[in-house]
Structure formats: structure tokens, C-alpha cells
Design a binder for this molecule. Structure first.
Ligand code: ATP
Length: 317
């Protein structure tokens, strides 16, 4: 499976519950949702490759090394001297939620160009993308090129909007970019916090159904600790989350969709459609992987290994 978009440095504050102005120290962590998802798949034992551009700088080296160590194929990562690797400064609120302040003007990831996308995709391959790099920059067209090539090859395109409003000139610009790319995906993952914003519909049922348009055949709706829902034209499956002691929900969504796509990749029959039972199994696996991620601090460091997911699932049967 492939992910495309940003890999960046998350600067994690030493203190919780204070604004960026008051933070006294930050520590460096690899991040960026598409990079996290590639790592989630590799950590579970699956094959994954990250497509993106990084600066020819120390932070770019760090990100490539981190992905390599986890087992992600980084041979499609390009490097440039034209811009630096993106940085995101994070502030942690008391409730564990995060605020971001991004430094990219532009950053190297935004300079990935459509002609740099190769003939990399085969039938059944999964290509996953998010919305941060759908900003007006060459990388938006690179996404379009990768998605077109993957679709032509008979691949499965997956989209997690993963809304990050501070990056956009306005909320509406973010929403429009998401709406432009939604119909190109076969699988769409969306969280309860994003649904009304993206669809513009307050009623949950109506909003979810509205997403089944264009190429979209599977809507995966995550509801934090409550678990997740799979909506397709034929069925709706709700699978509860696991009760765990959550300490840091960073990358829970990335761990979730990584585990789900790892499962999709392992089902050669997925392209011809799946039934409710299979959807429930995939959701249960993804819920378990994401729950484990919330029990540990950090993003990539918190992603589970396969035996941990199996153990949690076995304990809940
Ligand atoms: P993120 O905060 O990483 O952006 P998200 O908003 O995309 O995540 P959520 O709905 O918050 O997505 O969480 C994704 C999945 O992670 C949930 O469907 C659930 O399986 C798991 N999860 C999240 N929070 C918890 C929790 N406190 N306890 C157990 N599982 C959780």
C-alpha cells in the first residue's frame, strides 16, 4: 500500500495545558498523517511505501530514517534544497486535545510535482491520502496525478480528510478542497468531529449517506472511544471501541485507518465488494490497534505490533 502527502516534525511541548507562548521546551517527533499511516501498516507487518518530498536537511534525514526503521519503503521519497522540511509546533490542552502551529512557507512537501509521480501502482494496491497537502501548491496536482494513476491501474483509493484548519486561508477553502477530492476515493474515513463541517449537514445519518457519492463505496466513521461505523450502500455496521486507559490520542485516527487498510490489502476479494461480517472484522481490528495507540505517548512510537492487537482482540472475545 502507498500513502502520499506530508511527513513533518511535530514539536511536542514539555508542558500540558499552556499555550505555545508559555511552552518552555519542545521535543522532536516524526509526524504527518500520511507518514504515520504508512508506519502503522509497516508496524503491523504489512508492506507500505510513503510518497512525498522532504528538505535536504537534518529533519528530512530524521524522517527518512524513522520510516526506514519502522519498515516503510522510502524509495519514492524525494529531497529538495528549494525548501525546508515542514515543522508543526503542538500545544496540548488539559483534555489531551491538540492545537497546531505550522511552519511551511512553503515547505518541501508542498513542492512535490505531478510529473514526479511514477507508474507505481498495480491492481488491488491501496493509495491513501489526507487533506493537508491539498493546499494550492504543486503537491495538490501531484495528488491528482497519483490518484489518477492508481485508479487507472485498478487500485483502491482511500481518503482521510484529517482536517487541520490553521493551515488554510479560510475554513471554506479547506472544505472546498476536501469536497473536490472526496468523490475520487473508494474508501473515505471521517471522524465525528469533522462530519458536519465537511458535509454541511447536521443530521448524522443524512450526512453519512451524503458521502456515498462519486466513487465512494465505503464510509468509515470514527467516534473516538465509542468505536467506529462502516457504511456502504448495502449495510451499516457499528463496532464498539475498546475500553482502555487512554493517555495520548495522538495518531489514534492514523493507527485506525492504517490497521483497516492493512486488512483491506490482505483481502484480494475487497475490490468486488465485502459483506457486513467482513466489515465488522476489519473495524474490530482497527478499533483494537487504535485503542492500543491511545495507551502510549507519541505517534509512531505508540503504533502497535500485530501480537498486541491479537491479544486485545482475544481478550474481548
Ligand atoms: P485523531 O485524534 O488521531 O485525529 P480521529 O479524530 O481521526 O483521530 P477518533 O474518532 O478520535 O479519530 O479515533 C479513531 C479511533 O481510535 C476510534 O474509532 C477508536 O477506535 C480509537 N480511539 C480513539 N480514542 C479512543 C479511546 N479514548 N479509547 C479507545 N479507543 C479510542
Amino acid at each position: 500500500m502507498f500513502t502520499i502527502g506530508e511527513a513533518l516534525i511535530d514539536w511536542i511541548p514539555a508542558e500540558k495545558g499552556v499555550g505555545l507562548k508559555e511552552v518552555t521546551a519542545f521535543s522532536k517527533a516524526a509526524g504527518g498523517a500520511p507518514a504515520n499511516v504508512a508506519c502503522a501498516v509497516a508496524r503491523l507487518g504489512g508492506a507500505s511505501a510513503f510518497i512525498g518530498k522532504l528538505g535536504e536537511d537534518a529533519f528530512g534525514d530524521f524522517l527518512v530514517e524513522t520510516m526506514d526503521e519502522v519498515g516503510v519503503d522510502t524509495t519514492r521519497v524525494l529531497r529538495t534544497r528549494e525548501a525546508n522540511t515542514a515543522l508543526a509546533f503542538v500545544s496540548l490542552k488539559e483534555d489531551g486535545n491538540r492545537d497546531f502551529s505550522f511552519y511551511r512557507s512553503p515547505s518541501a512537501d508542498m513542492l512535490l510535482r505531478p510529473e514526479e509521480i511514477g507508474d507505481w501502482f498495480a491492481a488491488g494496491d491501496v493509495l491513501h491520502f489526507c487533506s493537508v497537502d491539498l493546499i494550492d501548491a504543486p503537491v495538490k496536482e501531484a495528488h491528482r496525478a497519483a490518484i489518477a494513476r492508481c485508479r487507472e491501474a485498478g487500485g483502491i483509493v482511500s481518503f482521510d480528510p484529517n482536517v487541520r484548519l490553521p493551515l488554510w486561508p479560510s475554513p471554506e477553502a479547506c472544505r472546498q478542497a476536501i469536497l473536490e477530492f472526496l468523490p475520487l476515493a473508494r474508501i473515505v474515513k471521517i471522524s465525528d468531529e469533522e462530519l458536519a463541517f465537511i458535509t454541511g449537514i447536521d443530521d448524522e445519518e443524512e450526512a453519512l449517506s451524503s458521502l456515498l457519492a462519486g466513487d465512494v463505496e465505503h464510509v468509515i466513521y470514527t467516534r473516538g472511544p465509542a468505536g467506529a461505523t462502516w457504511l456502504s450502500r448495502g449495510f451499516r455496521a457499528d463496532v464498539p471501541g475498546h475500553a482502555v486507559k487512554a493517555v495520548d490520542t495522538t495518531a489514534a485516527g492514523d493507527s485506525f485507518i492504517g490497521a483497516l487498510l492493512y486488512g483491506v490489502q490482505r483481502r484480494p476479494d475487497f475490490r468486488s465488494g465485502i459483506d457486513e461480517r467482513a466489515a465488522r472484522e476489519l473495524l474490530a481490528y482497527a478499533n483494537a490497534a487504535a485503542a492500543i495507540t491511545t495507551t502510549r505517548p507519541g505517534a509512531i512510537a505508540a503504533l502497535p505490533r500485530p501480537h498486541e492487537v491479537e491479544e486485545l482482540l482475544a481478550g474481548s472475545r
